[in-house]
Design a protein around this ligand. Structure first.
Ligand SMILES: [Zn+2]
Length: 317
């Protein structure tokens, strides 16, 4: 077969791959968020709003930044809709978390990477810095945004991509990236000092799925979850029993629901604790895998982190 024939065949299989992705995801799975409407010539599409927030700050007025997954959307289960594919195809730069967070989008990233820059913002994080929980069989924990210091590692790849796509404004990207890194550093110190106010024996965070492992590691909080580091696998009766026993033994005062996981999951645990004579309250709703609504304080990365820490502090101290 000629070289041309092979390349045509490749292109056809690429097209078929995209078509298959579309077939299996006919419904719109989440409204995206426009994070910067400054109307710069570059178009950036981030998967999660946490990535979009950082990218919009670094891009400033030189790019339009949007995120694909809106408030309450679970990235582990996210399937690309037809309108998403159009938005992805219109972007000059696609930024995603990686580490298998967007577990169902791998195929589409691969297809799109042949015609534009598709970059995992976690690429500079070394394996030694990542959590690899034994129960997740060799996979890394993707929830890197809850260790604020670790999250500042994503600033580098975003700045480099913007500078290479738009060298005329490289100096601005460097300056903005420095400002963002400094703000993340003071946010990290703020989290550390606030979590330290919770007595050590009460520093136990019980949530619906294991999104807070990096948070626990960085700020010395024991983290226990009903589901593993992805919501793809359903929890079992055994998981509820295991968690209930831990809560009762440790006399945990409060458990937390998450904005991107159905609340009935953690309510099942609350009921099971009550049946064992231990009353555990719901400490409130944490933003785990998605930020809050645009225009609210929790609709920014910083606001989301501050909301979570205040809620945890209030319920556990
Ligand atoms: Zn998650």
């Amino acid at each position: 077969m000629s070289k041309f024939g092979i390349s045509l065949l490749r292109r056809c299989s690429l097209y078929l791959g995209l078509a298959a992705t579309l077939l299996f995801s006919a419904c719109d799975s989440g409204a995206g968020v426009a994070l910067s409407s400054a109307g710069g010539s570059l178009k950036i599409l981030a998967t999660t709003s946490m990535i979009g927030d950082i990218a919009a700050r670094i891009a400033g007025p030189h790019a339009t930044v949007e995120s694909l997954m809106g408030p309450g959307v679970d990235p582990h289960l996210y399937k690309t809709s037809e309108s998403d594919v159009r938005r992805l195809e219109n972007a000059d730069l696609i930024l995603y978390n990686g580490l298998n967070l967007e577990g169902k989008m791998g195929e589409i990233f691969e297809a799109l990477s042949r015609s534009r820059r598709v970059v995992a913002v976690s690429k500079d994080i070394t394996a030694a810095e990542l959590r690899t929980p034994p129960e997740f069989k060799g996979h890394h924990d993707p929830h890197i945004w809850f260790d604020v210091k670790l999250w500042s590692t994503v600033v580098g790849p975003i700045r480099r991509e913007l500078s290479s796509l738009d060298p005329a404004h490289a100096a601005d990207y460097v300056k903005n990236a420095e400002t963002v890194a400094q703000e993340l550093s003071s946010l990290d110190a703020w989290v550390e000092s606030h979590v330290a106010m919770i007595p050590a024996d009460r520093r136990i965070l019980v949530t619906a799925h294991d999104a807070f492992g990096y948070f626990g590691r960085r700020y010395q909080v024991e983290v226990v979850a009903l589901q593993g580091i992805s919501t793809v696998a359903e929890f079992s009766v055994h998981d509820v029993e295991r968690l209930t026993q831990r809560i009762v033994e440790r006399k945990v005062p409060a458990v937390f629901i998450e904005s991107s996981v159905p609340r009935r999951n953690i309510e099942a645990v609350q009921k099971a604790c009550e049946a064992k004579g231990h009353k555990v309250s719901i400490g409130g709703e944490l933003f785990s895998d998605a930020m809050g609504a645009a225009g609210t304080p929790e609709g920014t990365y910083r606001g989301m982190v501050e909301h979570n820490v205040r809620l945890i502090l209030q319920a556990l101290r």
